[in-house]
Ligand binder design. Structure first.
Ligand SMILES: [Ca+2]
Ligand SMILES: [Ca+2]
Length: 223
C-alpha cells in the first residue's frame, strides 16, 4: 500500500468526499464514547460550528497528543474518554459514529513521519460528543446552486484582516462578508447536485480544509 502523503490532492479529496457524505448521511448507530454533553448548536441561518477532525483535545492541531487520547478511549471500559479529550467526535476519523480501532489505524497513517497533520479538515457531526471549547468558525454543510455559505469566525481575534478563505476547487467564489465577521462563499448557480466546493481556510499559524456539498434542497432556515 503506498504511503499516504498528507496534503496530497488525492488524499484531500478522498477525505473531503468522505466528510461530505458522512455529514449529510443518516446515523449509523449510537455513540460509544463517554457521556460528555453533546452540543446542540444554536446558530441562526442553519450554521453549525465545525471541529478539527482528529483534534480530540481541541488545541487546533492533530498530533501525537490526540493519538494518545484516542488510544486511551479505545482502551478504557465503555470507551470512557479522559477529561482532556473534550471533542470525542473529532476522534471518529472514519466517520462511522463510533470510536473504533480503524480510527486509530487511520490516525497512525496520518501521523506517519509527520509531527502533526499539515492541513487538517474541518467537519461537524452531532452523533458523538464535542464540547467546542475553542470554536473556530461556523458555517453550513451544504448549499443549493446559487446559495451563499457564510464562513463566520467564532474564535476571538480572527477577522478577514488576518485570515483568508479561498476556493481550492469546485463551483464557488469567495468575498468578505459585509458585517466584517468572516467571508461568504457564493455557490455557482450552475453548480450541480453532487458537486462539492473545497475551501482552504488560513488562520494565523494554521490552515484547514473545509468542503461543502451541493444539495438539491434548500435548508429550512436559508433565505
Ligand atoms: Ca490536538
Ligand atoms: Ca470510527
Amino acid at each position: 500500500m503506498p504511503q499516504i502523503r498528507l496534503g496530497s490532492t488525492a488524499f484531500l479529496l478522498a477525505l473531503l468526499l468522505m466528510l461530505m457524505f458522512s455529514a449529510t448521511g443518516s446515523a449509523l448507530g449510537g455513540p460509544q464514547a463517554h457521556p460528555h454533553r453533546p452540543i446542540q448548536p444554536d446558530f441562526q441561518e442553519g450554521l453549525v460550528p465545525v471541529f478539527v477532525l482528529g483534534d480530540l483535545n481541541e488545541d487546533g492541531r492533530v498530533d501525537q497528543a490526540d493519538r494518545k487520547l484516542l488510544a486511551q478511549i479505545l482502551a478504557a471500559p465503555g470507551n470512557h474518554a479522559p477529561m482532556a479529550a473534550t471533542c470525542v467526535a473529532a476522534g471518529d476519523l472514519n466517520l462511522n459514529s463510533r470510536i473504533d480501532r480503524e480510527d486509530l489505524v487511520r490516525m497512525d497513517e496520518w501521523l506517519k513521519g509527520e509531527p502533526q497533520v499539515e492541513v487538517p479538515a474541518l467537519t461537524y457531526d452531532s452523533r458523538l460528543p464535542c464540547a467546542f471549547r475553542h470554536p473556530l468558525i461556523a458555517t453550513r454543510l451544504d448549499a443549493t446552486p446559487g446559495e451563499d455559505v457564510p464562513i463566520v469566525f467564532l474564535e476571538p481575534g480572527l477577522s478577514p484582516g488576518n485570515s483568508t478563505v479561498v476556493v481550492e476547487s469546485g463551483p464557488g467564489t469567495v468575498r468578505k462578508s459585509s458585517d466584517g465577521k468572516g467571508y461568504v462563499v457564493r455557490t455557482s448557480p450552475s453548480a450541480s447536485t453532487g458537486d462539492h466546493v473545497v475551501l482552504l481556510i488560513t488562520l494565523p499559524n494554521r490552515k484547514y480544509y473545509f468542503a461543502y456539498g451541493i444539495s438539491p434542497f434548500a435548508a429550512p432556515s436559508s433565505k
